[in-house]
Ligand binder design. Sequence first.
Ligand code: ADP
Length: 476
Amino acid sequence: MKVAIVTSEAVPFSKTGGLADVAGTLFKEYLHMGIEAFLFMPLYKRTAEQFGKEIQGTGIAIDIPIGKAFRQCKVLTLKSQKRGRVFFIGNEGYFGRDELYGTPSGDYPDNDQRFAFFCKGVLEIFKRLNIEIDVMHCNDWQTGLIPIYLKTLYSNADVFRKTISVITIHNLGYQGIFPPQTMEITGLGWELFQMEGVEFYGNVNFLKAGIVGADIITTVSRTYAREILTPESGFGLDGILRKRADRIYGILNGIDYNEWNPSADKFLPYSYNRSRLSGKTKCKAELMKLCSLEGDTDAPLMSFVGRLSGQKGIDIFADAIAEIITKGANIVILGKGEEYYHALLNSVGERFYRRLFFYSGFDEAIAHLIYAGSDIFLMPSRYEPCGLGQMIAMRYGTIPIGRNTGGLADTIEDGENGFLFDDYSSRDLMNGIGRALACYADRKLWQRMMRSAMSKDFSWKKSARLYLELYRKFSR
Ligand code: ADP
């Protein structure tokens, strides 16, 4: 079976969030399982800078129609085939920018062009290389046009005769919504600009294109697969999702056990494992020093690592900070995102100097040290399709506190390896924190919880197998 994973980001080449971890690691897992897998992503400026030596042109350049103009798609690949068949879609004008999707003040205004171009580029490569592909596994709105292209503009192409398309929704909150003129950019017929097609309240919706066009729709946890069918969590797409409910499946993400491994983590000054936890305390001391936090390693240290967006619950967290500090815990936050939250966290950082450290930015090394060096990991998310942070934290013996929603509900066992709270409010969050701190005070109980968290299996093997079963079920 030939499977293509098409994504706007994938580790190690580009990353803004969990999608990158999922796409990159699933691809690796497929190769490991002997599946013939392909990985497609744009060649961003940062990817070219960081991996330039490993990437080479294929000599293939394809002119892609975008509206009335043609834009050139350069096809690049990895020099070594050790990592399977990785393809990059290059276009300096579209992808040679500092960020992937936009700056803190907003999205790039031509994201419709950038990702319509990307989707067409991927399909054209299959035609050019004459590769008959069985599964086109798309991810999020950036790749949402592919399923509908396969059913329309590309339905007569021989290489796609047997192709089934899958769209995985990693986050329904991001849909790629553009004005009606975007129809011209996509090249799709105007007959699709209607409720059963890609139209969404007078605009064009790329994720909806994926939902109506795909043979299989998946999302990243079972609970989230149910939640997206409701008006409260459906972001306006619950109606169309309910219509396609027989094709929707929830498959939990895994994490990369090689990358996230406290006993062999190149970013950590000390290693540790379930039966030898002393290295964790040393990592904590190191983290406290780095963040100039006062007190000793006995004081509980809470952390947050994530995108600074409305989804992640930073507002209820910020409201709880004074009380958390009064209870004797220190806090470290690593995040990048909306300006509003940067300003908010900078101001609490100044107010609680030496008790709270806000590290503004995206930093892999610091993220690893935080997962290892803190005691409690907070995920007060408004909604959370799967969430990787809580799984990574557990792998490092750091006890998560999450809201009882989506993948948090499916991975955290309350009182056993973490804590769940129900209401989206700082009061209920504090409730969870209070219960966690009471357990933390009992060293034996806490160590038992840490070991329980560290014994969970969040590796990709199981989920990759579930995806393959699903492909087979619908294969042509
Ligand atoms: P989402 O996909 O909604 O951003 P997830 O919890 O699924 O959230 O995945 C987030 C991933 O991105 C995790 O691997 C997390 O460690 C990483 N991450 C998020 N923000 C940062 C940051 N500022 N610096 C380093 N890593 C980050």
